[in-house]
Structures are given as structure tokens and as C-alpha cells.
Design a protein around this ligand. Structure first.
Ligand SMILES: *Cc1c(COP(=O)(O)O)cnc(C)c1O
Length: 398
């Protein structure tokens, strides 16, 4: 290729053709063909009556998956991290006290954002690989926090934090309850209204099985009140819900151009979820998780997170002694086209993160992955105990 930027030969740029992959990492997950087809529909104007109808339907479908009546339920035009930032910048002003529970990478990201806004951060450090301890949060909400924030599904470790106790603690302190549902939404139960969650954000590429690019967010009436009673303007222009709300609401006031074809995509992904039904979808995630764990344990490997605190869609498997993390992941990708994730932070090189998210959470993927891992480990000189496939199959048969 020429090094002169003014002289390029278009023929040197081939068609995009990444080939097939099985996405079993921490996201993105496999995208159903229907979603990709929806994205290929004609791009129309963002104030076109047809598109306005599509926006309304997308909001309806988002309220269904969030199980909420919240009027302000929209897809933010950027990935999950933007949803995280949107929740904090809209609700937290300089000097506001914010309690953040940290039991993995995404909790630390919340802390970073609170610090950048100038919030008064009260960080509750919990053990990584475990659920957040509600007692530790209770001890931290001694003052008058404006927000108590927690990650429901810590994708960096595979730990699931139950929400009801922490919700109660937050509300008794008069705080808003903010929850990261990026990995949980569409995979396990996230009943916003029932759990009295005031602000929630998610992402498209985890259990919703849509390409990355949007972040579903929902604000309760109390969160909107906090937004309306701010003393200072929201520090981010792009994520200011005061203005974004006027575009998604009846005013249809131009703020930014919605990513039209991404909205088509999430609408279709949500329609697929509604067709399956939330209960059946959650049960499917649990079943495939149980089969995977049965296979992993039959091989003589072990899980990072204690059984009762595990997420079904993100499975952190301890890397056995003497096995090379990178070599195994490379072989899975090169020889079997399977993508899994490595560990993050203190678990880098110590665990594999195996995703069973949304469309990727399927029996054929579980069996295929177990067989592939067995073969790759054997080539690496690690002799797994026999019977993984049988153990997984037994879970499906029961
Ligand atoms: C993936 C993820 C995010 C960040 O989402 P992006 O789409 O990568 O910006 C935030 N929180 C959790 C728990 C996640 O799993």
C-alpha cells in the first residue's frame, strides 16, 4: 500500500468480509440475521413520519424489556459507556455525594466519571468475583447521598448483585438508585419499576444481541425531578437529557441526528425478544449456563464466582495451572472461529470469560465450545477429565 495519503489505489481495499465467528466473549454477542437485515433498510430522514413512528415503537419495546412505565426511556446514541456517563452527568452536580459500589472494572469506571464531574465520591470496595455486600453499602450511606450506584451484572468477573436490598438502602437514605444493566438486560430479570430503580442504562451488544452503538436508558419520575431541579446546566451538551428528551418526546425538537439504521436494528432485536418472551428467555440463559458449568466442572476446571452469585450470561472459568491463556484463546479463534474473553484487572491471565449472551446462549454453542476447549487444552498439554459433553447433555436431558 502507498505511504502517500493523496495517492491511494481503491482496488487495494477489498470488500469487508470478516467471515463467520461464534461470539462467546463478554460482548458483542452473535447478531441474528433479522437484525442485520433490518439495518440494511433504506436510511430515511430522522424527522420523517415513518421514522418518528419507529422511534415510538422502539420506546414501547424498551419499556417492555425494562418492565417500566417510565416516559423517559430511550436509546442514547452511543455505546453502553455513554449511557453510564449520561446517567451520572444528568443526575450529579459538582459537590453532590455519590455512593458507588465497586466489585469489578465497571464499578471503577463509574467512580472515574463521578470524579470527572466533581461529585463527592464515596467508594465502597467489595471483593472482585463476588456480589456487592448490601451491608457495606448501608455503612457508606451515612450522609445525604444524591445517588447510590451499583453494577447489576459485573461483566469483568461474572458476579451478579441482587438489587432489592441495595434499592431499599438507597431510598431510605433519600437517594436515587442508579443501576448498570448493560449485561443483565435481556438475559436476567431487570424489573425497573418493581425494583424502584431510578436510572438504568444498558447496551445493545450484550444480551440484546444487536451490534454495539446504542445505550438504552430509563429515568424514573424522581430522576426527572432531580434533572429539572439542577442548579447548573448538564456539563455534557450531547448527553443533556433536558434537550434529548425534547427530541424523543412530542416536541420532536432537533437535537442531534438519531442513528437511523441503528434504531432499526434495536427495534428488530427487541421485537425478537418480545416474540420469545422475557420469562422463556431468562430460563434459556439459565439452562445453557448450567449445561456449560456442568461441562466445565466435569473437565476438572472450576468457576471463579461462587454458585449462588453467578451470572448465567458471563461465565468466568479459572485457567488451570500451566496453561497459556493467550495461546488457548488464539487457538479457539483460529481453529474453531470461537471468540471468548480474557480476564480483566486482577483476573488478567487468571480466567477466561465465556459469554452466553442473547442469541449466543444456545445449546449448540455450549456443546461446540466444550468440545473445542477440550481439543485445544489437549494440544496445550493439559489433559482434561473426560465426560464434559456427557455432563452438559445430561443437564439438557433432565
Ligand atoms: C460492556 C459494559 C459496559 C460498557 O459498554 P460499552 O458498550 O462497551 O461502552 C458497561 N458496563 C458493563 C457492566 C458492561 O458489561
Amino acid at each position: 500500500m502507498s505511504s502517500n495519503p493523496s495517492k491511494i489505489d481503491p482496488k487495494e481495499f477489498r470488500d469487508i468480509n470478516p467471515g463467520e465467528r461464534l461470539l462467546m466473549g463478554p460482548g458483542p454477542s452473535d447478531v441474528p440475521a433479522r437484525v442485520l437485515q433490518a439495518m440494511a433498510a433504506p436510511c430515511i430522514g430522522h424527522l420523517d413520519p415513518y421514522f418518528l413512528g419507529t422511534m415510538n415503537e422502539t420506546q414501547q419495546l424498551l419499556r417492555y424489556i425494562f418492565q417500566t412505565q417510565n416516559a423517559l426511556t430511550i436509546p442514547v446514541s452511543a455505546t453502553g459507556s455513554a449511557g453510564m456517563e449520561a446517567c451520572f452527568v444528568n443526575l450529579v452536580e459538582c459537590g453532590d455525594e455519590v455512593v458507588v459500589a465497586v466489585n469489578g472494572v465497571f464499578g471503577t469506571r463509574m467512580c472515574d466519571i463521578v470524579n470527572r464531574i466533581g461529585g463527592k465520591l464515596i467508594r465502597v470496595d467489595c471483593e472482585w468475583g463476588r456480589a456487592v455486600d448490601p451491608q457495606a453499602v448501608a455503612k457508606a450511606v451515612k450522609g445525604k447521598p444524591k445517588v447510590v450506584a451499583v453494577v447489576h451484572a459485573e461483566t469483568s468477573t461474572g458476579a451478579c448483585t441482587p438489587l432489592s436490598d441495595i434499592s431499599k438502602i438507597a431510598h431510605e437514605a433519600g437517594a436515587l438508585f442508579l443501576v448498570d444493566c448493560v449485561t443483565s438486560l435481556g438475559g436476567i430479570n431487570v424489573p425497573l419499576d418493581e425494583m424502584k430503580i431510578d436510572a438504568a442504562y444498558s447496551g445493545t451488544q450484550k444480551c440484546i444481541s444487536c451490534p454495539p452503538g446504542l445505550s438504552p436508558v430509563s429515568f424514573s419520575a424522581a430522576a426527572i425531578k432531580a434533572l429539572e431541579q439542577r442548579k447548573h446546566p448538564v456539563v455534557s451538551w450531547y448527553l443533556d437529557f433536558g434537550m434529548v428528551r425534547d427530541y424523543w418526546g412530542n416536541e420532536r425538537k432537533y437535537h442531534h441526528t438519531a442513528p437511523i439504521n441503528m434504531i432499526y436494528a434495536i427495534r428488530e432485536a427487541l421485537r425478537i425478544i418480545a416474540e420469545e418472551g422475557l420469562e422463556i428467555r431468562f430460563a434459556r440463559h439459565i439452562l445453557n449456563h448450567r449445561a456449560l458449568v456442568a461441562g466445565i466442572e466435569a473437565m476438572g476446571l472450576s468457576m471463579l464466582v461462587p454458585e449462588k452469585e453467578r451470572l448465567p450470561m458471563l461465565n468466568a472459568v479459572r485457567i488451570p495451572e500451566g496453561v497459556n491463556d493467550l495461546k488457548v484463546r488464539k487457538a479457539l479463534l483460529n481453529d474453531f472461529a470461537i471468540e471468548i474473553g480474557g480476564g480483566l484487572g486482577q483476573f488478567a491471565g487468571k480466567v477466561w470469560r465465556v459469554g452466553l449472551m442473547g442469541h449466543s446462549s444456545r445449546r449448540k454453542n455450549v456443546i461446540l465450545f466444550l468440545a473445542a476447549l477440550e481439543a485445544v487444552l489437549k494440544a496445550e498439554g493439559f489433559k482434561a477429565k473426560p465426560g464434559a459433553i456427557e455432563a452438559a447433555t445430561a443437564v439438557y436431558a433432565a
